[in-house]
Design a protein around this ligand. Sequence first.
Ligand code: NAD
Length: 309
Amino acid sequence: AYDTIGFIGLGNMGQHMADNLVQKLESIRLHVFDVTRAPMEALVSRHPERVVACASAKEVAENSSIILSMVPEGSHVRGVYMDPVAGVLVADVSSKILIDCSTIDAATSLAVREQTLSRYPTASFYDAPVSGGVLGAQKGTLTFMLGCSSTDPSLPLLRDLLGKMGSNIFACGGPSLGLTAKACNNYCSGLIAIATSEAMSIGMAAGMDPRLLKQIFDASTAQSTILDKWCPVPGIVPEVPSSNGYRGGFKVQLMRKDFGLAVDTAKRLGVRLALGDVGLQTYTAAMNDPRCRDLDSRVVYRYLGGRED
Ligand code: NAD
């Protein structure tokens, strides 16, 4: 079903997702485009027979029956699909499947979907943001949150395709609900990182050994994936970003973006948040702190004045 696939946006995530597709689908040709040449050339040099670098998103779309995109923000997604000269929708995408994996606002995604369907009624457009980070992209163990119903006729094909890059694929109910699920997840995990940082700091200020405190949390109700796999306090769990100068992981500015998407969604829907503005201010300030910028978002512990020794 998929001899020709296109991939647009070969950044930290996209380059590994594209690699997995080429490696696991031995019969496909992958047409790729990124605004910077280096990641395209790197991918072509890894798979010279099977990957074709294109000059635009439009050219990718012309040569592919399924088109995936993985770019930073809503404005980039608009450009990729709706640029009047070089965008995907300049190509005839009738009967083609378009899948945007970027984490963006629901309104932009719905607008691109609407444009796609009004111009090409037989095409499909899906939001399919991911969780699992660069490591998950590398290993092919991402979680996909797919904006479609569980009875969508394309779901078996989508599961099979996305399954080459991920191990969990959730049909979230309808268009843009994949993005909603992603924003809700990161709202929650962002707040858990702040709460864990502050709770550990209280205990340490009172003289407790943070390793012991972590063991107690692990055996009690403060246990979490953040504490276990992304411990914000350095030197407790080896090989997590905090124990490596907060390098690697999920950048604080991406957390700020996703947190903002959740807060905006709540405002739009009239959902009252006790912690939304506090979290947003905290991640905004952390992102702008030169000691934190570009580092894993759990660096919020450092921003909050957590002890590092
Ligand atoms: P990135 O900045 O590393 O990569 C984005 C790529 O898109 C870059 O190579 C850039 O050159 C390219 N690009 C930008 N505009 C383009 C355009 N108009 N046409 C073609 N290419 C274009 O970002 P990333 O870390 O790969 O993240 C991509 C998306 O995935 C974001 O929405 C992010 O929030 C989400 N995400 C990231 C992670 C993570 O851990 N990095 C985890 C889950 C989700």
